[in-house]
Unconditional design. Structure first.
Length: 448
């Protein structure tokens, strides 16, 4: 991602005349910034596709995996935090993550960002840069696109603590977490003054910003909140794999906006991200079922859906940074490793990550972020330059992953303790046994 560059109207000839001769020559040679209607239409479509990933995609995917008595609460939590993230984004989130850059900034430009709160200075005429010099899109479109990323990231975190967290705690946690965890990571990775952006980290559509960030936060939150009553002895099977399958399909379709939209243009880079989102995901879905088979179980619909999500997560940072066959391998590897994390590591460690947000998004994100440095190599069909140095890029990727893990862990702990102090954090035993649909919202998902 690039920091949006706003067009300053009205300065024109006066500024040009005041430039030294060398600057006038450079300015005259620079391409005139233009807005292409096709790029704009594609980015508006991509933005809506990402929204579909949240509602109804993620809501149905997560909701189907819960017990009947908690279906509605899960969907309500996802919708509510997404809506809250949208309001935070336009109030101060966008300006902090992508606002005026601070000279030599390494983490986040909080001071200047808050100074540009409430989208100060943004108009229908202002524009945001793409990855092609002289080609831009309306800034409102860029703001909206990035807004959906923030919204889905906080929603993903909730998958680890469903069926036991208070709705009020969810909302307080979301406000603090978005502010101190998501925004700084987004700035470091995607803003032009961000530390990892300047270091050359590869994250095409959010391997670190979205998936490692959300997955690690989910694990920390699950451990701090504690296990569900009856876990792991009581059977807590998904109440509707049909809804989970529908949600999976909506997530896969919406992910094309997520990945191909991150090219910011309707061009070859978007096309590469598109085909990679097809094949990495297909590979991962099948390899999860193969892993089930080789481990002595039947290939399952739950396994296929889990593999689909693992592949989507893994290819996110590599979508425009890999050839199709590199993406196939990346999806397969991530799927098998996530399967092992969910079926072996999680039971051994005993943490209650209810819907495997860490096992799939956290682990898949780490595999994808590090693996991107490998599949980027031109010798493996990636788009890297002929003199690409894999070792150096691997070092950058690993460092970015480690910093994201530490930042997300600390930020999540702070956000949790604030939410717990203000709301209590967890529902009562009676509400948990009755179900959060009735206990927290006074209604049922199903009335028989």
């Amino acid at each position: 991602m690039k920091t949006p560059m706003k067009i300053l109207a009205g300065a024109g000839l006066g500024l040009f005349a005041a430039m030294p001769a060398w600057a006038q020559e450079a300015a005259a040679a620079a391409p005139v910034a233009t807005v292409d209607k096709g790029d704009t239409a594609w980015m508006m479509t991509s933005t809506v596709l990402v929204l579909m990933m949240i509602l109804p995609g993620l809501a149905l995917f997560y909701g189907g995996l819960t017990r009947t008595k908690n279906m509605l609460s899960v969907m309500t939590q996802i919708g509510a935090v997404a809506a809250l993230a949208m309001l935070i984004w336009v109030m101060y989130g966008y300006s902090v993550a992508f606002g005026p850059d601070v000279a030599n900034a390494t983490l986040s430009n909080f001071v200047s960002g808050f100074g540009k709160a409430f989208l100060a200075g943004v108009t229908p005429a202002s524009q945001a840069a793409t990855f092609t010099a002289g080609v831009e899109i309306p800034e409102y479109v860029f703001i909206s696109f990035q807004m959906t990323f923030a919204a889905i990231t906080i929603a993903l975190v909730l998958g680890s603590v469903v069926e036991r967290i208070k709705f009020a705690a969810v909302m307080v946690f979301a406000i603090v977490w978005l502010t101190i965890t998501y925004l700084p990571i987004a700035h470091m990775v995607w803003a032009s003054s961000g530390y990892f952006f300047k270091a050359g980290a590869l994250d095409f559509a959010g391997g670190t910003v979205v998936h490692i960030n959300a997955g690690v936060s989910a694990l920390v939150l699950a451990v701090l909140l504690g296990k569900r009553l009856g876990f792991p002895t009581e059977r807590m099977a998904p109440h509707s794999m049909t809804l989970t399958m529908v949600g999976t399909g909506l997530l896969w379709v919406g992910w094309f906006g997520f990945n191909a939209g991150s090219a910011l243009e309707a061009n070859g880079s978007a096309a590469l991200a598109m085909i990679n989102t097809f094949v990495a995901t297909a590979s991962a879905g099948l390899f999860w079922m193969l892993a089930e088979k080789f481990s002595g179980h039947k290939g399952s619909a739950l396994g296929f859906c889990s593999g689909i999500i693992a592949g989507l997560v893994a290819v996110t940072p590599a979508a425009g940074n890999s050839g199709p066959f590199g993406a196939i391998v990346l999806g397969a590897v991530a799927s098998v490793v996530c399967f092992f994390a969910v079926t072996v590591i999680k039971p051994k460690l005993g943490y209650d990550d209810s819907l495997d947000a860490f096992g799939i998004h956290g682990i898949g994100g780490i595999i994808g972020a590090i693996g991107t440095a490998i599949v980027y190599a031109p010798s493996l069909g990636g788009p890297g330059a002929a003199d690409y140095e894999m070792g150096a890029k691997l070092g950058v990727q690993v460092f970015a992953v480690l910093v994201t893990i530490v930042w997300a862990s600390v930020g999540t702990a702070i956000a949790f303790f604030v939410a717990k102090a203000l709301t209590g954090g967890r529902v009562s035993k009676e509400v948990e046994l009755e179900g959060l649909d009735l206990g927290e919202h006074g209604e049922r998902a199903y009335n028989y």
